[in-house]
Design a protein around this ligand. Structure first.
Ligand SMILES: *Cc1c(COP(=O)(O)O)cnc(C)c1O
Length: 421
């Protein structure tokens, strides 16, 4: 019997029945059939501690016995307060204010509204459009779709429905590029800002790693240059660290590679270790202070029902404690060494006619193929080898849980490489 569950991103006519997951521990989940699959994607990049982590499960259980939920309108509670303090402590200096919401997309909606209202409150209502990058992915809600790559992104069908924003070319200089190689990318960004800054509220980017749009990586110099351009043109800088946050690029935040503080930063996915949906939009004093005033327009008119959910905040606190106490940045460096050895150093892989490029950054690796047809069937094939891989278009990638050991990391890279033999 077919299930009434409507699956995401799936062609209903050709989709194969979804295997039923009954549990999981560490980097693996278990199917009803008894198969155990090593998750190369940690469930869309959020299950950074793997499945059934005892400390995270215990934190949720304990919190559930005290307080599962209460509205954040006019009330507060300890998990929300403590998590906000912790986020201020660990994020780049200057991000001192935390607005909660329930998903990465809504966290980005909050960031965009905040940026537009910021300029309104400063008497610049004309600055009500956004500047985004080609290859960007910022979520699936309407506001977010409008700042995703309008051509190759998955939302071109909705072009007529969405507000129009500005786009600059995607950065092309790689992570370790010389500053001179980054200049062309920054010149392209400058050109769009110079032409349209009078109507641009904010520049949005996934710093260093444009994830769902094709795992496009760039240099920390691009972030530093973008920061300078935003200051020059009175445009806020918004870092969408929903994917890059919590270690994915090798430092706690991608911003840390460049020592840049954005005006607004959005966190989700790894925030709760993936155990509950939640997001945080952080802002600097400058942004926050613009909202302190007497007119009715000074209130920030947003308030998701589940913002600051105590279960989510409590498990996020536990996730962060485990991350720091168990030296996850050290683990990520170890995973990075395996990814570099196994994928970057493999001359056969690089020479394969279907392979366009191989890139590694932190605990992220991608084999970019020339055509998505080159990856047709790779998921089923990997499953036969006990690995859960789910490519995006032409990109076969891994973003493993940080508790993945070297042997399992090699098992994943062996399967990724094996497809091309
Ligand atoms: C996943 C993702 C989002 C959207 O988050 P959801 O929780 O799925 O709404 C936004 N930005 C980036 C960079 C993401 O990777």
């Amino acid at each position: 019997m077919t299930s009434p569950v409507w699956h995401p991103y799936a062609h209903l006519k050709t989709q194969s029945p979804a295997p039923r997951v009954i549990g999981g521990t560490g980097p693996r989940f278990t199917l009803e059939s008894g198969e155990s699959l090593l998750d190369a994607t940690c469930s869309w990049w959020c299950m950074i501690h793997g499945y059934a982590h005892p400390r995270l499960v215990a934190a949720i259980r304990e919190q559930a016995g005290e307080l599962c939920h209460v509205m954040l309108g006019g009330l507060t509670h300890e998990p929300a307060d403590r998590l906000a303090r912790e986020l201020v402590r660990i994020t780049p200096a200057g991000l001192n204010h935390v607005f909660y919401s329930d998903s990465g997309s809504v966290g980005m909606e909050v960031a965009m509204k905040m940026a537009v209202q910021y300029h309104q409150l400063r008497g610049r209502p004309g600055k009500h459009r956004l500047l985004s990058l080609m290859k960007a992915y910022h979520g699936d809600t309407a506001g977010c779709m409008a700042v995703c790559d309008p051509e190759e992104g998955m939302h071109s069908l909705f072009a007529g429905y969405l507000p129009r924003h500005h786009f600059a070319p995607a950065p092309t200089a790689p992570f370790d590029a010389e500053p001179a190689a980054v200049r062309a990318d920054l010149d392209a960004l400058r050109a769009v800002l110079a032409a349209h800054h009078h109507e641009i509220a904010a520049l949005l980017m996934e710093p260093l790693l444009q994830a769902a749009g094709g795992l496009n990586m760039t240099s920390p110099d691009y972030l530093r240059g973008a920061r300078e351009l935003c200051d020059e043109f009175d445009v806020l800088l918004v870092f969408d660290e929903v994917a890059t946050g919590f270690g994915r690029t090798g430092k706690l935040f991608a911003a840390d590679h460049a020592d840049v503080t954005p005006d607004i930063m959005v966190l989700s996915k790894g925030l709760t270790g993936g155990y509950l949906g939640h997001a945080a939009t952080l802002a600097t004093d400058r942004v926050h202070e613009a909202f302190v005033g007497d007119s009715p327009h000074h209130a920030f008119m947003h308030g998701p029902t589940f913002m600051g959910n105590p279960l989510a905040c409590r498990v996020a606190l536990e996730s962060l404690a485990v991350f720091e106490e168990e030296d996850y940045l050290g683990r990520i460096a170890g995973l990075n060494r395996v990814l570099c050895d196994e994928l970057l150093e493999d001359a056969t892989l690089a020479a394969h006619p279907a392979v366009e490029d191989v890139r590694v950054l932190g605990a992220t690796a991608v084999i970019e193929t020339r055509d998505s047809a080159d990856l047709a069937g790779v998921g089923d094939w990997a499953r036969e080898q006990g690995v859960w891989l789910r490519p995006i278009g032409r990109w076969l990638y891994t973003m493993p849980a940080y508790i993945t050991d070297d042997t399992d990391m090699r098992r994943i890279t062996d399967v990724m490489k094996g497809w091309f033999r």
